[in-house]
Design a protein around this ligand. Structure first.
Ligand code: ZN
Length: 494
């Protein structure tokens, strides 16, 4: 079954079998009159409904009405909490998701009305709605396709940009689908077909696609991608999407980690650590879907989307601990943990971007470290940046977009390669010496080592940020499409 989500004005009540109204408890209570157009219902029925909602039984209520047309409709109303700290979005996107999962009927067309205080809650709410209806499934039970009409209704009358929200929602669900897809189905070959499909969809925008693959990577000096990916049946790839609109004044490169499956390599993960590693390409999915959504919503900047795609497989050809890889930056890395592979492919990606694309801003995004869970928690990504203003911009954009973030320590002088990644025989190792010293930041500083050029130091003109989404990229064993909405927001903010 595929649910199609349609944002905008909603069809008449009696054309759909069910209506679901959700909102913060405070908003629903104080704006009962903004509940769905129940003009076709008698006033006393509406009052009966509202009194039931507000007597404290607010979990979820179903009321079945016979409409004047003779058809029946069901109305479900559910509210959620509105307590928010300063580190949250203007509405709890996670509660939008969980409330809908509990409230929306499992089949049939439905309309959803999300009651909002104001339009500044709209994007977060829309992302929350999108996450409640994932696209990927291999369940065999038959059910039919359906349409879900979503109205984001503001009680202060401020207007919602439904066109942009539709684009963001499509992107979030696209990225989530890629994350949810098994590695059997989504290997580097089929992933590249998805990239080519995005390229084709953006043909009228003049987007170009370059793919560097397999032995081309080895011969081209992409030691990270080649080293990590050469053990797999499906060879690794670097895909580069380019968008160069006329009169662009800023150039941004987004670089995503796309580990199709992470067995850990020869440092193999166990039965507890490996399941779920199909999601280790969430950063690249955010770049791909975010790139498409940013352009469809009118991004005015030069934009590059780089996907570093490889499968970290176990094979006699796999790279080994003690191997030395030469990253595209020219720097050498002694491998002391084949399971710290993401930074190796990202190293190639950021090196390519900074060598060839002349970006003003580089943002890499990755499910990089387990340490991110500990550093910023499960809802917030970790944001490391060489530029304080960019760091603040990303955190603020995160709140508006529903993709929350929090800064992590930027201190390359305290977390230097000599201290954290010392190697006797290469420029650095790939896994930290001291796990009790800001590990999440140290992983980002490793990637920073491969920015090419002398203008990427703190305070210099090159602005770079590293976004670790290890925790928020997945929720309840489902991809969240985390990063897509953030990228769209950044495309229109920076
Ligand atoms: Zn790994």
């Amino acid at each position: 079954m595929t649910s199609t989500l349609l944002f905008g004005s909603v069809a008449a009540l009696d054309q759909l079998p069910a209506t679901v109204v959700i909102g913060e408890k405070t908003t629903v209570e104080s704006h009962a009159e903004a509940l769905p157009h129940l003009s076709s219902l008698k006033q006393d029925v509406v009052h009966e409904l509202l009194s039931a909602i507000f007597d404290g039984t607010t979990e979820s209520l179903a009321h079945h009405y016979k409409l004047p047309s003779g058809s029946r409709t069901s109305l479900f109303v559910s509210t959620f909490g509105s307590e928010l700290s300063r580190n949250n979005a203007p509405i709890r996107g996670d509660l939008v998701t969980s409330t809908l999962q509990k409230t929306v009927p499992k089949s049939g067309d439905v309309r959803i009305i999300v009651l909002l205080k104001s339009a500044n809650q709209a994007v977060t709410a829309a992302v929350g709605v999108s996450r409640a209806f994932p696209l990927y499934t291999r369940k065999t039970a038959k059910s039919s396709d359906r349409k879900i009409h979503v109205e984001l209704r503001t009680v202060d009358g401020s207007s919602v940009d439904n066109a942009r929200i539709q684009i963001i929602s499509n992107g979030v669900r696209f990225a989530s689908r890629l994350v949810d897809t098994t590695p059997f189905e989504l290997n580097t070959d089929t992933y590249l077909e998805e990239v080519k499909a995005v390229h084709a969809r953006l043909a009228s925008h003049g987007v170009e696609l370059t793919i560097i693959r397999d032995r081309e990577l080895e011969q081209g000096g992409f030691g990270g991608l080649w080293g990590v990916g050469k053990g797999a049946d499906h060879p690794p790839a670097l895909a580069i999407l380019s968008y160069k609109p006329a009169d662009a004044k800023l150039t941004m490169a987004w670089v995503g980690k796309g580990i199709i499956y992470d067995t850990g390599g020869l440092t193999i993960k166990g039965k507890d650590g490996m399941p779920g590693m199909k999601t280790d390409m969430g950063g690249s999915a955010a770049v791909l879907a975010g790139f498409e959504a940013a352009i469809l919503s009118g991004c005015k900047h030069n934009l590059y989307g780089l996907l570093c795609l490889a499968e970290n497989a176990v094979d006699s050809r796999s790279f080994k601990n003690d191997d030395i890889l030469t990253i595209y930056s020219g720097k050498t890395v002694e491998i002391n943990n084949t399971d710290a592979e993401g930074r190796l492919v990202l190293g190639d990606g950021v090196a390519y971007a900074t060598k060839h694309l002349n970006p003003d801003i580089v943002i890499d995004i990755a499910t990089l470290t387990g340490a991110q869970f500990i550093t910023t928690g499960k809802a917030h990504c970790g944001v490391l940046s060489n530029n304080e203003e960019l760091e603040r911009t990303i955190i603020a954009a995160g709140k508006r977009s529903g993709d929350l973030g929090f800064p992590i320590l930027y201190a390359p002088e305290l977390l230097s390669v000599a201290k954290m990644y010392p190697s006797e025989v290469a420029d650095m190792k790939n896994s930290v010496k001291d796990r009790m010293n800001a590990q999440c930041s140290a992983a980002g500083h490793f990637v920073e080592q491969h920015l090419v050029g002398d203008h990427w130091k703190e305070g210099a003109r090159g602005r770079w940020a590293h976004i670790d989404i290890a925790a928020p990229s997945v929720s309840n064993e489902r991809g969240t499409g985390f990063g897509v909405s953030l990228f769209v927001e950044l495309a229109h903010t920076l």
